[in-house]
Design a protein around this ligand. Structure first.
Ligand SMILES: NC(=O)c1ccc[n+]([C@@H]2O[C@H](COP(=O)([O-])OP(=O)(O)OC[C@H]3O[C@@H](n4cnc5c(N)ncnc54)[C@H](OP(=O)(O)O)[C@@H]3O)[C@@H](O)[C@H]2O)c1
Length: 229
């Protein structure tokens, strides 16, 4: 029998790309997966149908909707054992383009949203019979502070500290971890050759380099009693 039968996992942005690999792996391990989408409703619903889960809209930049979202989770799923903060944005933002709105757009989705969503879901997470887990997707290369992507890099560095802070705040009842991909999948329409050049130059063996590798790391976290990311 799959190890996680009866447990519920929530994967933000779980319709496509790395999120879809995570959703599939968790379903295969026995989780009932609730995946969220913002724009990819067709992909989300289709994947949810294939893995026996459900797809729910969620916009991380709109925290006023989180309590309603949490109530829906409670009503429809009844429990929450694993929260995977996969959704994120990765806009090119060279300094001249880093307006207040552009800055806020990155931090709203990559940092504020995951924090406030965790907060809204805490009552459900705390009720998980075996102890729940909250997992963030960081970026193994964020410390390189790429000039074209400074707000993104800073948001991912802040995610590391957020996870640390939540680990202190929520332990021992709720485990908190970080998984760090590194050049795992090029952004849509990113020139392939350029991606491979960057990947070869910058990755230097750090981080997790494929969507399936990221999904395996998520499963390791889900299975671990203790998790030192
Ligand atoms: N790709 C890599 O090589 C790489 C490397 C290092 C770290 N990471 C991190 O790993 C995670 C997954 O990477 P990825 O490349 O698969 O991500 P992605 O395709 O850029 O984004 C994942 C999902 O985030 C959702 N999203 C965007 N804005 C949102 C919002 N306002 N509210 C809710 N959801 C929103 C989108 O959902 P919809 O499609 O439904 O709009 C999207 O499918 C991200 O956190 C990323 O930063 C990725």
């Amino acid at each position: 029998m799959p190890e996680a039968r009866g447990k519920v996992a929530l994967v933000t942005g779980g319709s496509r790309r790395i999120g879809a690999a995570i959703s599939r792996a968790l379903a295969k391990a026995g989780y009932t997966v609730v995946l969220t989408y913002r724009t990819s409703s067709r992909e989300g619903r289709s994947l949810a149908a294939r893995i026996g889960g459900s797809a729910v809209p969620l916009d991380l930049s709109r925290p006023s909707t989180f309590d309603r979202f949490a109530a829906r989770m409670g009503r429809e799923s009844g429990r929450l054992d694993l929260l995977v903060h996969n959704a994120g944005v990765f806009p090119r933002t060279p300094i001249d383009a880093a307006t207040p709105a552009a800055w806020d757009a990155v931090f709203a989705v990559n940092l504020r949203g995951p924090f406030l969503l965790t907060r809204a879901l805490l009552p459900l997470l705390r009720e998980s019979p075996g102890g729940a887990g909250v997992l963030f997707l960081g970026d193994a290369c964020a410390g390189e502070l790429w000039p074209g992507y400074l707000p993104y890099c800073l948001s991912k560095l802040a995610v590391e500290r957020l996870a640390e802070g939540l680990r202190k705040t929520l332990s021992p009842g709720v485990r908190v971890g970080v998984v760090r991909p590194a050049f795992a999948l090029p952004p849509d329409r990113f020139p392939e050759e350029r991606w491979e050049r960057l990947r070869a130059k910058k990755r230097r063996g750090r981080g997790i380099g494929t969507p399936e590798g990221v999904a395996r790391a998520v499963l390791r976290f889900a299975r671990a009693r203790q998790y030192n990311s």
